[in-house]
Ligand binder design. Structure first.
Ligand code: SAH
Ligand code: SF4
Ligand code: F3S
Length: 471
């Protein structure tokens, strides 16, 4: 028999899944029912994809996946990009403790970006002693192994790695949606924007092998997926450090050739690395969606420099203009931070100027959050009361341009991928246009996962009401 330490990592983890299945089955016998598990995700699409990997393993070892946090096993996959994400986790942990007091079998696990911060681990060890398992972003592939430790050990199990160069392929995944899926194409980030904690908690940039990516997408398409989103903190630098370097634009062309795949999305593009080659590929593609998320952060060159974004206001504007000219139906969305150290009203005027000129289709605006360990944390901070006023000005401008942009398609017919039954009115379904705008229209569950033609009858700010038409 092969020794478990000599196996390749994927096989090792399947070995632990077998073992964990035994533990879960035994727990099921004790409970007289199938043990339940709930995974709650905070943060970005990358965390959402990680949660799908956790759920894949949990299902495989025998848990019943439920939405209710009053479960036998609860996992919080955490985010630490802004402090309010952390506070939400601490708040909800209190509620979980209440459930745990009533269910002696209950186990609580924490993972994700927050766990990569040593101060967080200290705080949990001291004040949240009811937590059973803590692991980080770099060793999530060994979740099956950690599950076994959870069953086999008393007390809190903590396993955090500082970094890794490992990418483990072919572990189970359970998708949230049958018809669309995120795909990691790279992990980590090397950009070190001065406000951002992501490079510290996600480690250095590593690209997956293009063959592994294509194989995964082919598998998904065979399983009914029609839309994929390629995920990375900066997809535009994909492939640079591979043994056989390849550009993101080349990868997109390979993905485009996959038969049966209808739509390709990606997140996120750093403006400093967006190439002409990429614009050209997007322009001629039939599958790449007409949506580009191009985070601005600030419109002031002074602030951009302090942020270490490595582009100026003018370079950003030039890029946006080039995209608008080459691909006029491309929706451009963005992220903006207000209240970065040293930001004045005049700097915010520059940001507003960029918003008006680019005319974003949508924008996420964030109040700057000081992250311990980042260079910006040591800079002189802007008083909170000044930030609020500037934030409101930015938000108002964004809403104006978004309303104008979204309404551009009023009266036209476009293809919509139906995602779900409408949350508020079950006689309607909700779908997305290629440019990511939401559309609601009469329909039923049989349409979910299908691409249909919809007439965009009425624009309501950020979404349309429409009706289906024959193609
Ligand atoms: N890699 C992506 C961003 C990931 S984080 C990119 O560079 O575009 C998502 C967004 O969170 C960022 O674009 C930024 O606008 C915001 N963000 C990151 N750190 C922040 C902080 N310390 N305070 C407020 N917003 C922050
Ligand atoms: Fe953070 Fe900048 Fe990396 Fe985006 S590119 S994850 S903002 S450091
Ligand atoms: Fe948050 Fe981590 Fe994503 S910090 S935004 S979950 S990479």
């Amino acid at each position: 028999m092969t020794n478990v330490t000599q196996m390749n990592e994927t096989d090792r983890q399947y070995y632990f899944m077998e073992k964990a299945s035994g533990h879960v089955a035994k727990l099921g016998e004790e409970l007289g029912r199938r043990p339940t598990c709930c995974v709650t995700t905070f943060g970005c699409q990358m965390n959402a994809r990680d949660s799908e990997k956790l759920v894949g393993i949990l299902e495989k070892v025998g848990y019943e996946i439920i939405e209710d946090e009053n479960a036998d096993f609860v996992i919080y996959n955490t985010c630490t990009v802004r402090d309010n994400a952390n506070q939400r986790v601490y708040g909800r942990l209190g509620v979980l403790n209440g459930y745990k007091r009533k269910n002696p079998h209950m186990k609580i696990a924490l993972c994700g970006c927050m766990m990569q911060e040593p101060t967080v681990i200290e705080k949990i060890k001291n004040s949240y002693r009811f937590v059973d398992l803590i692991f980080g972003t770099h060793n999530i592939f060994k979740f099956a192994e950690l599950l076994c430790s959870l069953f086999e050990n008393e007390g809190m199990v903590i396993d955090i790695w500082k970094d890794t160069d490992k990418i483990v392929e072919d572990l189970p995944v359970e998708r949230k949606y049958s018809f669309k899926s995120g795909i990691n194409i790279m992990f980590g980030c090397n950009n070190f924007c001065s406000y951002c904690i992501v490079p510290y908690v996600r480690g250095r940039e590593r690209s997956r092998n293009p063959k592994d990516i294509i194989r995964e997408i082919e598998g998904l398409v065979a399983d009914g997926v029609v839309e994929i989103m390629l995920l990375g903190q900066n997809v535009n630098s994909y492939g640079k450090n591979l043994e056989e370097p390849i550009t993101f634009a080349q990868l997109l062309q390979d993905v485009e050739r996959i038969k049966g795949l209808e739509r390709i999305r990606f997140m996120t593009s750093h403006p400093k690395d967006l190439s002409d080659e990429l614009i050209e590929v997007m322009k001629h593609s039939k599958k790449i969606c007409r949506h580009l998320h191009l985070p601005l952060q600030s419109g002031s060159t002074k602030i951009l420099t302090a942020m270490n974004r490595r582009y100026t206001k003018e370079q950003y504007l030039e890029l946006a203009e080039k995209i608008r000219k080459e691909i006029p139906d491309m929706a451009i969305t963005t992220d903006i931070i207000v209240g970065f150290p040293g930001e004045t009203k005049e700097d915010v005027d520059e940001t507003i100027d960029v918003i008006r000129r680019v005319k974003y289709d949508n924008a996420f605006t964030f109040i700057y959050s000081k992250r311990t360990g980042t260079p910006a944390a040591a800079m002189e901070q802007v008083p909170e009361e000044l930030v609020k006023e500037q934030f409101d000005r930015v938000l108002k401008t964004v809403q104006e341009t978004a309303r104008e942009q979204v309404s551009r398609y009023q009266g036209q017919i476009c293809d919509v991928l139906v995602e779900e039954i409408n949350e508020n009115d079950s006689s309607l379904v909700t779908g997305r246009m290629s440019n990511n705008t939401l559309v609601h229209f009469p329909g039923d569950i049989s349409l979910v996962g299908k691409l249909v033609n919809v007439s965009l009858d009425e624009c309501h700010g950020f979404y349309y009401m429409g009706h289906m038409v024959q193609s």
